[in-house]
Design a protein around this ligand. Structure first.
Ligand code: TYM
Length: 332
């Protein structure tokens, strides 16, 4: 039996190089070997105010970005979270098992609450519980994510324990996080002590995977570098250069040591010029594919329906088992 993989991205902003390197690149590598489900977390997007028309459009856009980045909707089950009502239902059951104090300690909640002072809603607070439901519904073995999702994965694993203590074993599989050794935390281009984020207000901080070549070049060339001149991987003292080297290493397949050797005695400017070219080369076909896919929304819509049908079969079965374990009367 193939292991089951599940992961997703919240439908806000546009996917960035951080999402690609930290997550989607790994999803792509897993698609040939495993049974994979990748979804568009549109319910998660509602934790911040969304314009309904923009959210709808963006969900298609993210789906097209997934495909353009190389995720195959035939090989994988790709779907929109909100089309499977079981996510919200399982989230409720798990919410009733989650201590408030646990959610209060979540770093991402603290960060997001600081950013959205005018809209600190209960959804933002219980967001990690919905994320646990996403994972547990599909009996996922592995969840490939970037470093920032580690704490949420721990909650998910703890929830399996809480559930089993109260209701017994056999309903959920215990999922394992899968976090890459290099590239699990790509940093902001202007402030390399912060994570690159797709919802950053300053677009110079990230490269979106559908940026045009001119924009990409400009953003990489104006990335903050550090004092000194040596091109060395030293995240503590040279976070800017280290970040560029990590991006370079993942996209080129060269090791960090090899890159340090290649750039020995060269200037930061050389590294940036070459990296800009590499990013443009990598993303140009993605952008072209994306623009092409977006011309036919009906097709995207159909593919999403197929994904939802395939996903729902599994979600329904897990929710049925959950309701039974919890003592809810099933409808015959
Ligand atoms: P999201 O949309 O913020 O990010 C999608 C994936 O990209 C990774 N990522 C990064 N990796 C490296 N460097 C970065 N700068 C960077 N920024 C983002 C994230 O770790 C993530 O893997 N809560 C999730 C979506 C979600 C989910 C799930 C994921 C909802 N339910 C269930 C897995 C399983 C999120 O907002 O990711």
């Amino acid at each position: 039996m193939k292991k089951t993989i599940l992961s997703g991205s919240t439908v806000t902003g546009d996917l960035t190089l951080g999402n690609y390197i930290g997550a989607i690149n790994n999803w792509k590598r897993m698609q040939d070997e495993y049974d994979c489900l990748y979804f568009l977390a549109d319910l998660h997007a509602l934790t911040v105010h969304q314009d309904p028309a923009v959210l709808r459009e963006r969900t298609y856009s993210f789906f097209a970005q997934y495909i353009a980045l190389g995720l195959d909707p035939q090989k994988n089950i790709i779907f929109a979270q909100s089309q499977i009502h079981e996510h919200a239902e399982l989230a409720w059951i798990l919410t009733c098992l989650t201590p408030m104090g646990y959610l209060n300690r979540m770093t991402q909640f603290k960060e997001k609450a600081e950013k959205n002072v005018k809209n600190i809603n209960a959804g933002l607070f219980s967001y990690p519980v919905l994320m646990a439901a996403d994972i547990l519904l599909y009996q996922a073995d592995l969840v490939p994510v970037g470093e920032d999702q580690k704490q949420h994965l721990e909650l998910c694993r703890d929830l399996v324990g809480y559930f089993e203590n109260r209701y017994g074993k056999g309903v959920f599989k215990m999922p394992e996080p899968s976090i890459g050794k290099v590239g699990a935390r790509i940093m902001s281009l202007q402030d390399p002590t912060k994570k690159m984020s797709k919802s950053d207000d300053n677009e110079k901080n990230y490269v979106s995977i559908i940026d045009d070549p001119k924009k990409i070049e400009k953003k990489i060339k104006s990335a903050a570098t550090d004092s000194g001149t040596e091109i060395k991987y030293d995240p503590e003292n040279k976070p800017g250069v280290a970040n560029l080297l990590v991006i370079f290493s993942i996209l080129s397949g060269k090791s960090l040591e090899q890159l340090e050797n290649d750039y020995a005695g060269k200037m930061y400017g050389h590294l940036k010029v070459d990296l800009a070219e590499l990013v443009v080369q990598t993303l140009t076909p993605v952008r072209e594919r994306y623009l092409d896919l977006m011309k036919n929304k009906d097709h995207l819509h159909q593919l999403l329906q197929q994904g939802a049908d395939r996903a729902q079969e599994r979600a329904r079965e897990t929710l049925r088992k959950t309701y039974e374990a919890v003592g809810l009367i099933s409808r015959s």
